[in-house]
Write a protein that binds this ligand. Structure first.
Ligand code: PLP
Length: 431
C-alpha cells in the first residue's frame, strides 16, 4: 500500500468520499485521487513524492504556476501582519482597483471568498434591482453550488451524470429557467414568454464546465439585446475565464463589445487563495448593504492573505504571461491533435483562448451540453490513466478544461508530447 492509498483510506473515514470537493474524486475515471504534498511551477508532488506535470492548475487559479515566489512572499508578508481583522484594509481597495483597471465596467467591486458567493450575490442583486424572481441559466454551465444554480449544471454535476442536486426545494428550482447553450431560438422564445418575470440571465460567456464550448458568433450579443429589451440584467460569470484567457478575461478577448451589468470573478483573482469578487454597474452594486437593501456579508471577505495573493498575481500577470500561456496551449493542442490523429481517434478539440478540452469520439463541433454528453468518456478514462502513469495529471473528468500556466514552457511540455501517442493508442482501444 502506498502512502497515497493510506492517505485516501484515512480521509474516507472522516470526509465523505475522502475529498472536500467532488471534482477531486476519481469517480468518473476510476482509481485513487492523488493526495498532494506540495507543488511548484508546472508540477505537483503527491505524498509518495511522485511528480506530475499539472494540467489542472487548481482548477484555474494557478495562472503563474504553483507557489510563484513573489506571490508566496506577498502572502508571507501579509501573514506576518495578522491573519484576519474583520475590518477594512487598504489592500482591498487596491485589488478592487486592479480589477477595475482590467474591466472598467466593474465600476464597483465587492470581494468575497468563493465563486459560489459571487454568483449567489450577483443573482440576489439582480432580483433586488428588478423586483423579479426568475433566473435564466444555460444547461451545462456551472456557477457554483448555491440552490438555484444546481439545475442542469456542468462541472462535477455533469461528471457524475446527475440532473441536479438533492436537497433543493422544488419551488426554488422552479425559479431557474434552463435553456440550451448557443440556442438563439430557445432564448428568444423564453424572453417572448417570460420576459417581464426574468431578473437576470447568468452565463459563462465562454462555457468551460461541460468541456470547452465557446459561444457562437452573436450569441452573447443576443443575450445583451434580449436582457436590455426586457429590463433584465446580464451577468457574465467569469469565475473561470476571468483574468485567465486574457488580461480582461473573456470580455476582453471578445473585444469589449458587450456590456454586461454584472461580472463575477474567482480563481485567478485570488492567486490560489480563497477569494472571489463581483463587480459591475455602480447603480446596481450600490444596492448592496451597507449602502442599499440587498444583504451580503462575510467574516473572511477580503481576507488580507487572499487579497495579497490576488494583488501580487494580477500585478505579475502582464502581457508576456498571457502570450506565454497562449503559446504553450497552442503547442500542447497541436501535440494532442497529432497524437489522436496518429492513433485514428475521432475527436473535437475546442478552445476558449488558452483553455481547451477534447471530446472523444465526437465528429462535429460541440455546441451545447447535449452534444457534450455524446462524448465517449471511456476513451477519456483510458487516455487520462495512460498520461497519469506517465506523470501527467489531467482533470479527472472529460467535462473539464485543461489549464496551463506561464510555468509550462517548451521543456516542461516535452514530457507531455512524448507521452501523448501512447495515451492516444489507449483511447483508441475504447473505440
Ligand atoms: C464559471 C464558474 N462559476 C462559479 C464557480 C464557483 O466557484 P467556487 O468553486 O469558487 O465556489 C466556478 C467553479 O468552478 C465556475 O467555474
Amino acid at each position: 500500500m502506498t502512502s497515497n492509498d493510506t492517505a485516501f483510506a484515512r480521509a474516507c473515514q472522516v470526509i465523505p468520499g475522502g475529498v472536500d470537493s467532488p471534482v477531486r474524486a476519481f469517480g468518473s475515471v476510476g482509481g485513487t485521487p492523488r493526495f498532494i504534498d506540495h507543488a511548484e511551477g508546472a508540477y505537483v508532488y503527491d505524498v509518495d513524492d511522485r511528480q506530475y506535470l499539472d494540467l489542472v492548475g487548481s482548477w484555474g487559479p494557478a495562472l503563474l504556476g504553483h507557489a510563484h515566489p513573489q506571490v508566496v512572499t506577498a502572502v508571507r508578508a501579509a501573514a506576518g501582519k495578522g491573519l484576519s481583522f474583520g475590518a477594512p484594509t487598504e489592500a482591498e481597495a487596491e485589488l478592487a482597483e486592479l480589477i477595475q483597471l482590467r474591466v472598467p465596467l466593474a465600476e464597483r467591486v465587492r470581494l468575497v471568498s468563493t465563486g459560489t458567493e459571487a454568483t449567489m450575490t450577483a443573482i440576489r442583486l439582480a432580483r433586488g434591482a428588478t423586483g423579479r424572481d426568475l433566473l435564466v441559466k444555460f444547461a451545462g454551465c456551472y456557477h457554483g453550488h448555491s440552490d438555484g444554480l444546481l439545475v442542469a449544471a456542468g462541472s462535477g454535476i455533469a461528471t457524475a451524470g446527475l440532473p441536479g442536486s438533492a436537497g433543493i426545494p422544488e419551488p426554488i428550482a422552479a425559479q431557474t429557467v434552463v435553456v440550451p447553450y448557443n440556442d438563439a431560438e430557445a432564448i428568444t422564445a423564453v424572453f417572448a414568454e417570460l420576459g417581464d418575470r426574468i431578473a437576470a440571465v447568468i452565463t459563462e460567456p465562454a462555457a468551460a464546465n461541460m468541456g470547452i464550448v465557446p459561444p457562437e458568433p452573436g450569441f452573447n450579443a443576443l443575450l445583451r439585446e434580449l436582457t436590455r429589451a426586457h429590463g433584465a440584467l446580464l451577468i457574465y460569470d467569469e469565475v473561470l475565464v476571468g483574468f485567465r484567457v486574457s488580461a480582461a478575461g473573456w470580455w476582453g478577448l471578445e473585444g469589449r463589445t458587450i456590456s454586461p451589468d454584472l461580472f463575477t470573478f474567482g480563481k485567478v483573482v485570488g492567486g490560489g487563495m480563497p477569494l472571489a469578487a463581483l463587480g459591475g454597474r455602480a447603480d446596481v452594486m450600490e444596492l448592496l448593504a451597507p449602502v442599499g437593501p440587498v444583504y451580503q456579508a462575510g467574516t473572511l471577505s477580503g481576507n488580507p492573505l487572499a487579497t495579497a495573493a490576488g494583488i501580487a498575481t494580477l500585478k505579475l500577470a502582464d502581457a508576456a504571461v498571457y502570450e506565454r500561456i497562449d503559446a504553450a496551449s497552442a503547442a500542447l493542442q497541436g501535440a494532442v491533435v497529432d497524437a489522436l490523429n496518429g492513433a485514428g481517434v475521432t475527436h473535437q478539440l475546442q478552445t476558449a483562448g488558452s483553455l481547451f478540452s477534447v471530446f472523444f469520439n465526437v465528429d462535429h463541433p460541440v455546441r451545447n451540453f447535449a452534444d457534450a454528453q455524446t462524448q465517449n468518456t471511456a476513451a477519456y478514462r483510458a487516455f487520462f490513466h495512460s498520461l497519469l502513469d506517465s506523470g501527467i495529471a489531467l482533470p479527472p473528468s472529460a467535462f473539464e478544461a485543461w489549464f496551463l500556466s506561464s510555468a509550462h514552457d517548451d521543456r516542461v511540455l516535452e514530457q507531455a508530447v512524448a507521452a501523448l501517442p501512447a495515451a492516444a493508442r489507449a483511447a483508441a482501444q475504447q473505440g
